[in-house]
Structure formats: C-alpha cells, structure tokens
Write a protein that binds this ligand. Structure first.
Ligand SMILES: *[C@@H]1O[C@H](CO)[C@@H](O)[C@H](O)[C@H]1NC(C)=O
Ligand SMILES: *[C@@H]1O[C@H](CO)[C@@H](O)[C@H](O)[C@H]1NC(C)=O
Ligand SMILES: *[C@@H]1O[C@H](CO)[C@@H](O)[C@H](O)[C@H]1NC(C)=O
Ligand SMILES: *[C@@H]1O[C@H](CO)[C@@H](O)[C@H](O)[C@H]1NC(C)=O
Ligand SMILES: *[C@@H]1O[C@H](CO)[C@@H](O)[C@H](O)[C@H]1NC(C)=O
Length: 849
C-alpha cells in the first residue's frame, strides 16, 4: 500500500511495469511545464491561479494566464498533501504532513486560519471545505475524520502557540510507517512558518468533532457532494486505505457527521487512493491499478477494471471523460463507459496530483509529479490545425506561434527554402483568416515578403483622410546550430516548448512572436470593427541576411503599398528583464572584406621564408593594426568628427536609465556609476570589429600562405554618413597599404551596409507608444537605443517619408540568436495588447493635436 509520503522517497524512475496491451497511444506535448523545485503533491486551479502544493511545504502560486510565478504561500513545515478551493474560490484550504490545516484568502493570499487537532493525527491526506456550512472536514493518517464549524463561536480558550503541533514531538508518527519509511520532514524552521502566519487565527478542533476509526486505515481522500435524497443538503464521501468507501450524512445544523448514519461501500482489499465524481457516479483509483465505478444513488458497484499497472494516484472527471494518473507517470483518458480513449506519459515518475479547468473555451488538465513539475495539457476536443474562423484568444496566438516556429525559416541556407516558403504562406493565410488582404511579394531569388493589409469598413468621405500604419517585421531566423556538437539547447529548437512561464524555440522572440502579436492585435481590431486606420504589414524573409532584395522589392511595389504615415516595428529587447522600454535609435553598419594576395603559391617556410619575401599574412596584421590606436581608438581620419555631439536632453534620458538601475546591477555586472558611459559607447558611439582572419593553404605550421583575408565591420552612428564612412575606410586602408611598398595585392570589398536610425522620441508615435506601454505594464518605459542594426528601418522611413517607432517586446535574457532563445509568455501577451492600443490610438491621437 502506498503512503503518499512514501512515494516521495522513490526515485523518479517509473516503477518497472509489466507489459500491457495498450489500446491507443497519443503523443501529447504539454502546453507548458512549470518546475516547482520539489515533488508536487497537490494541485488546485482557480480562475486566475494554479496552486501547487510542494514537498517542501510551500504552496507555489502561478498565474493561470502567463504561468508567471506569483508568490509562495508559506504556512506548512511538512509536505503539502491536499489543497481544496471553496466553491466560490475565495478560500483555499491546505493540509500537510505537519498535521496543520491552513485556510488562505485567495484575493490577498493572507492566511486566515490555522487549524490543528488535539493529538497527533499524523499526515492529513485530504480536506474538503463546505462554503454552505462554513465547515472544514479533514481525513488523517490516524484513521480519523474531523471537522471544524466556523459558524459556531469557539468558547474554549484561544489556542496558544505552545500546544501547536510543531512544538510537540511526534511520538507515534516518528516511528516507521508501513513500508518501513518515516514521513519525510523537510528541514524547515517551524518558527519561521509561525512567524509568517502570526496574523492568522489559530483554532483547535473540538474533541467532540472527531470520528475515530472512520476507516480501518488511513483516510486518503474525501469529497463533499450534494445529497441524493435530501435536497440542498451535503454528504461527505471518504475513501480509506482499508479499501472501503464511506458515505456520511452531514447534520446541517452542527456540521457533524455521525458514524451510525454512515454507509459503507467496500471495494475489497485495495486501498482507495483517490476519488472523483460526476452526477451520481463515483470513480475511485485504487492500489494496484484498479479503478472502481460506483453508483452512489443506488450504492452499487457498477464496474471494476484494471486501469493501470501501478497504483492509481489521481482521478479527474469532466463531462464525458475521466482521466486517471498512475505511479508509472502515465495518464489514461477514459470514456464514460470506460473505454480507453488514449494514454500519454505525463511525468518522469509518479503522477501525484491533477486538476481540470476550463480556460477560455479550452479544457486544461493539470498534472503534478515527483519529477518536480506541473504540466498543463490541452485536453479539449482538438480542432483542425486551421479552425475555420480564427479565434483571437491568447491560446490561439500560442498555437499559431508553435506552428510558425516549427518551420525552419533559416534564410541563408538553401536547404530550408521550402520551410521559408511554408512559413510565408502560413502568415498569408493568417492574414486572410482575419479578413485582411494578403499576398507574397516576390524578391529577386530570395524569400518572399509577406504583404498584409487591414482596411476599416468604408465610411463615405473618410477614406481620403485615413492614416496608414506600416508594421515591419521578419519571419526568417538565424540557424539554431542544433547539429553542432556543443549546442546548449535544452529543448528542440523548432518545437516551441512552454517552460516556467517562458516559450523556448528559435525565432519566438526574434521575430516570430512579436510579428504574430502584431498581426493578432490588428486582427482583433478588425474583428471587433475597431480599426481606426489602415494597417499594412511587410514581413520579410531575409532580415537575418541583411534584408537582401527587400529594398528593390519594396521600391517596385511602392505605389501599391503607400502612402504610409507611421512605421512600427518590434524587433529588439529590453535593457534587462524588468523595465519595459521603447527604442528610438539603432546603429548602422558597414561590413567589409579585406584580402591580401601574393602572386606566388603557398610556400614552405623553412625553404622559402626569408626577409625579402613579403608574406600576405604579415601585411594583413600590419594593415589591421593601423585601424585602431593601441588604446582602441578608430584611426580612420575624420571618422570621430562626424559623430553628433550630445545634448542635455539626450543626456537626461541616460540619467533616467541610471536612476532605474540605481538599486540593482545592470545585467548583474555594471554598477550604475559606469552605466551611462557603458550605454553611450554601445548606442551612440561607433565601434570597429575584426570578425575573422583567414589564411590560404593547409593550417600546419610549415606553410607560408599565399593569401590572407579578414572580415571587419564598423558600427556607425548619427551623423556619420554611410557613403563617407565607406569611402574613408577604403581609402584609408589603400593609403596605409601603399606605405608598405609591398608587392602583394590588396582588395577591399564592401559586403553589406545599413544606415543608422534615430527616431524622434518626442513625436506622436513615441508619445503614444510610451503612454500605452505605461498603461499596460504599469511602469514608465525607459527610452533606449540599440547597438545593433536593422537595415530596413531607415530605408522605409526614407522610401515612404514616414517616421518609425520601435517597441522592444522581449527581455534582455531572451537569448535571440543564441541557444535557448525564449520569450516570456507575459511579454508576448502584453505586446499584443500594446500594439492593439497603439494601432487604434495613434491615428486618433493625431486628430486633436
Ligand atoms: C474541493 O472542493 C470542491 C467544493 O468546493 C469540490 O467540489 C471538489 O471536489 C473538491 N476537490 C477536491 C480535490 O477535494
Ligand atoms: C487520532 O487523533 C485524535 C485526536 O486528533 C485522537 O483523539 C484519536 O485517538 C487518534 N486516533 C488514533 C487511532 O490514534
Ligand atoms: C579561408 O580561406 C580559404 C582559402 O582562401 C577558403 O577556402 C576558406 O573558405 C576561407 N574560410 C573562411 C571561413 O572564410
Ligand atoms: C601539413 O598538413 C597536410 C594536410 O593536413 C599534410 O599532408 C602535410 O604532411 C603536413 N605537413 C607537415 C610538414 O606536417
Ligand atoms: C572622407 O570621404 C569624404 C567623401 O568622399 C571626403 O570628402 C573626405 O575628404 C574624406 N575624408 C578623409 C579624411 O579622407
């Protein structure tokens, strides 16, 4: 027989299971997995939160919406064994291995009552709370069922902390229980726990409110039900380790249960570990894999089946489906007639807890295990990949993103051009599902640009005045490097995985997540008839390879796309993980290749090396050395003179950032005293990088290579002109090389350039953006710039004569371009909300100014 506490002592490898004929196997991917730092023994899900009772004694609270860890409820010093929400969800009841019951107010998370019994009762395996009777029932290891009625005023002296169970030594229960193991007691200082609950009322169960030997075994589970015979009254059903199920009448005056008025249903020797009920049917999970189904009204056993190979530890019912979870980590789904509909492996280890909740039209199944995780499963009837009418809920956004991430839209690899095409056409069909006009703009032998246009319904006389917002983004991604031996991915990069309130996968943050958030934002406005302007999307497929072909294609389709009033993009990150930001500047870039060649073949260094032979690699080293001073200053003449001087207004924005970080370290390292300098050098000053130096021939140390090449780049800033920088760089290198009097050949090619971009943080677009970000995040955004470059921004501004504004959606820890790229669920949802408001309010803001 399992003792729930004993289960914890097992390691997480599933018990060896004999071979079973499995009728049906469904692969299931959890919507999300949350790590809880210890086994999860109890789960309760309200309309807002997931409550997880852990082995350590904390109740962890997660947002049901975003899976963010909201807080920990600390009130127990033993592992949590049961959680129950009152019907109206205003109270949460918890029981634990510390023989205490806590009652929490779910609105404020305060602990309102702490209840304990007079003697050692051991683990409290189950609790039930009746809102109607304001009464609490508990079932304990010492075979008793006890209750506390909050309606009756407690006339006994207030309980004192001295008699609190944590101050008593366990006599009986410190001895070894069945199976030879003691209840594990986590090393919690119970005085801390008491301290944190000092506001709550401590109450003791009246010795009269105890039914001894309620079962001849541990009381593992109980349920409160409506009575079948007396309308409006409740009954209590309990299941015990002795294999019996008891039905108790409740006296609605006193909340008391009476042993003489109980009915016993016996299911044999197997202990009753869990129960669930629907209508008059009671579904019981037993030791050794048995499931028994009872008709409570007729009090008859209807069926008994061998449901699992291992102990059935959880049971959940909804409508016509029953889910059972076992010690082997498998969940089985059953029809009402107990046909097996499917099974899947939910946990690496035991499934210890489960709950089910309907969330925005979906049935979500929550399971907790001794692999320290809660997993969230969508168990609603699966629709097709493409529901006929796109619903615009957050769930729909997630499942669409999952699909988009699954296409390996790596732009600069011909192997993936089919994936790119499919990614583009998925976007096209999403636009069309939302009723937008959409088609693919071809580029010269490159991935197409997805064009989408949302147009408000016609109102006579208004069309001509209507503004147009252009949203720019990209669907291509950088290679995930999942084939390289040392990659650090903890998930499959092209299978989006929800974990600990983050979504992991290549492209979720750069830029597929933000792009879909924007499309869904516009789509929702269109569906709700709230569009105040035209919204045009240009989603390209070559951003990560320098937007090749973008300019030409957009120019060709200019008349079709334009005119444009504002440009929005969402393709960068916050400064850290806490402060929301808006981005008003990007640096430009010049990428160049430098090559030095001799007209001789590779030579043997011993035979041919001499002072006279001018080696290309030595020339290269000398030439590159000229680019910077010993102190790292860029030596191209006139280069720094072109940099715009800082104004007091600009400096003030840096001061604001410094203030934000005055109380915490910037990315864990830079102290606020040096922050301004650090950020300025990244954002508003130019920099030079030598990416690579390469030589010809084999790489062993006896060869004189006949050629050397280097890849360099310059990040440029206002007001450095791209063409001037390019020319000055080239002529500087040629001039320097000329002074070497080398017989070798120097060749310089400019591979790729991008203009810098500087927005006007005071214009209407930024004002609207900043105001909306503050509304949605409830925090003033920081105005930041980026050290990186996005070639299309300045081009689009000039092409359409419109100003751009940039909303960074993700956090600094998103690891775009790196292994384990991710985006926080909350950031994705909030970005959608922000874009919806900006799309709607930016054109209106223009009216009254
Ligand atoms: C929790 O309490 C509700 C009544 O508030 C009841 O319907 C439900 O079955 C209980 N759940 C568990 C796991 O005891
Ligand atoms: C169970 O605990 C109660 C007090 O909470 C006590 O009165 C009773 O004797 C105990 N029962 C057993 C079987 O130990
Ligand atoms: C290095 O140079 C050799 C010879 O010019 C060339 O074959 C090779 O592709 C280059 N490697 C890189 C990484 O540029
Ligand atoms: C240099 O490397 C090449 C190719 O790896 C090899 O064939 C050659 O023997 C090496 N030469 C010496 C001197 O080690
Ligand atoms: C840099 O280039 C510009 C434009 O070609 C030219 O006018 C200027 O003289 C150059 N500066 C230097 C120092 O070469």
């Amino acid at each position: 027989m399992w003792n729930h506490s004993d289960l914890l002592l097992l390691n997480s490898s599933p018990a060896a299971s004999a071979s079973v004929a499995v009728v049906d196997t469904n692969e299931q991917t959890p919507l999300h997995r949350v790590h809880c730092g210890g086994s999860v023994l109890a789960i309760a899900v309200s309309s807002d939160h997931i409550y997880a009772g852990t082995q350590g004694g904390d109740i962890m609270v997660f947002s049901l919406d975003t899976y963010d860890h909201v807080r920990d409820l600390k009130g127990h010093s033993g592992c949590i064994l049961a959680l129950n929400l009152s019907q109206d969800e205003s109270l949460l009841v918890s029981s634990a291995g510390d023989a205490i019951i806590n009652i929490w107010r779910t609105k404020t998370f305060e602990n309102v009552h702490r209840i304990y019994s007079t003697f050692d009762i051991g683990d409290i395996f189950c609790v039930a709370y009746s809102s109607k009777l304001s009464s609490l029932y508990l079932g304990a290891q010492n075979t008793s069922i006890q209750w506390y009625d909050f309606r009756s005023t407690d006339k006994r002296p207030r309980a004192s902390l001295k008699s609190h169970p944590s101050r008593r030594s366990h006599r009986f229960f410190d001895s070894l229980g069945p199976g030879g193991s003691a209840t594990p007691q986590p090393p919690v200082d119970s005085s801390d726990v008491l301290e944190s609950c000092h506001e709550s009322q401590l109450v003791e169960i009246d010795p009269l409110n105890i039914v001894q030997y309620a079962h001849f075994g541990y009381v593992y589970c109980m349920l409160l039900l409506q009575s079948f015979t007396k309308e409006g009254e409740e009954i209590l059903v309990s299941g015990g380790g002795d294999g019996s199920i008891k039905i108790w009448e409740i006296d609605s005056e006193t909340s008391a249960i009476k042993p003489e008025k109980s009915k016993t249903l016996s299911s044999g020797d197997s202990g009753v570990l869990c129960m669930a009920t629907r209508d008059q049917f009671l579904y019981c999970g037993l030791t050794d894999g048995e499931i028994s189904i009872w008709d409570l009204d007729g009090q008859a056993l209807i069926r008994s089946i061998k449901g699992h190979q291992d102990d059935v530890l959880t049971m959940t019912v909804r409508d016509n489906c029953i889910w059972s979870g076992s010690a082997s980590g498998y969940v089985r789904k059953w029809s009402q007639r107990f046909e097996l509909l499917g099974r899947w492996k939910a946990h690496d280890g035991l499934i210890l807890a489960s709950d089910l909740k309907s969330v925005k039209g979906r049935d979500l199944y929550f399971s907790g295990g001794n692999d320290d995780c809660i997993s969230v499963w969508d168990v609603s009837c699966q629709e097709d990949d493409f529901p006929a009418a796109y619903r615009t809920t957050e769930d729909e956004l997630l499942s669409t993103l999952r699909k988009l991430v699954s296409y390996r839209t790596v732009a600069n690899d011909p192997k993936f051009s089919e994936d790119c095409r499919q990614g583009a056409s998925l976007l096209k069909s999403i636009f069309r599902q939302f009723g937008a006009q959409s088609f693919l703009i071809p580029t010269d032998n490159r991935n197409p640009i997805v064009f989408g246009r949302f147009t408000p319904p016609e109102t006579p006389g208004v069309e001509s005045k209507r503004q147009t917002i252009l949203f720019y983004g990209h669907y291509d991604v950088i290679s995930a490097g999942e084939d390289t031996p040392n990659n650090q991915w903890i998930t499959e990069p092209f299978e989006m995985t929800g974990m600990n309130s983050y979504l992991y996968g290549r492209g979720v943050s750069d830029n597929k997540g933000p792009v879909l958030a924007a499309i869904f934002a516009a789509g929702e406005l269109a569906q709700n008839n709230q569009l105040t302007c035209n919204i045009v999307f240009l989603i390209e497929g070559e951003e990560e390879s320098g937007s090749r072909g973008f300019k030409e294609a957009v120019q060709k389709y200019h008349d079709f796309i334009g005119p444009i009033d504002w440009i929005l993009l969402a393709n960068s990150y916050w400064l850290d993980d806490e402060a929301p930001c808006v981005t008003y500047g990007l640096r430009g870039v010049v990428h160049a290749s430098v090559e030095i060649q001799s007209d001789r073949p590779d030579l043997h260094s011993g035979v041919d090396g001499s002072r006279e032979s001018r080696e290309p690699v030595i020339d290269m080293v000398n030439l590159l050395a000229k680019l910077t001073s010993d102190g790292g200053k860029i030596m191209i003449p006139g280069f720094h003179e072109m940099v715009r001087a800082i104004t007091p207004a600009e400096e003030a924005m840096y001061t604001e950032i410094e203030n934000e970080f005055s109380s915490r370290l910037f990315r864990g390292s830079i102290t606020s005293g040096r922050l301004k300098e650090h950020l300025m050098s990244r954002w508003r000053y130019p920099s030079l990088t030598i990416h690579r130096v390469n030589v010809s021939g084999p790489t062993n140390a006896t060869i004189i290579p006949r050629s050397a090449s280097a890849a360099i780049s310059l990040r440029i800033v206002p007001d450095q002109k791209l063409s001037t920088v390019t020319e000055n760089l080239t002529s500087f290198l040629y001039n320097q090389f000329a002074t070497f009097s080398s017989p070798n050949q120097l060749k310089i090619s400019i591979d790729h350039v991008s203009e810098w971009w500087l927005g006007d943080p005071l214009n209407k677009a930024f004002k609207t953006l900043a105001r909306v970000v503050e509304e949605v995040w409830e925090k003033k955004p920081l105005f930041i710039r980026e050290g990186g470059s996005i070639p299309a921004v300045r081009f689009l501004e000039m092409e359409f004569g419109a100003s751009a504004a940039h909303l960074p959606c993700g956090q600094a820890s998103d690891a775009a371009h790196l292994d384990n790229e991710r985006m926080r669920v909350a950031n994705l949802y909030k970005s959608k909300t922000i874009m919806k408001k900006v799309f709607r309010e930016l054109p209106l803001e223009g009216v009254d100014v």
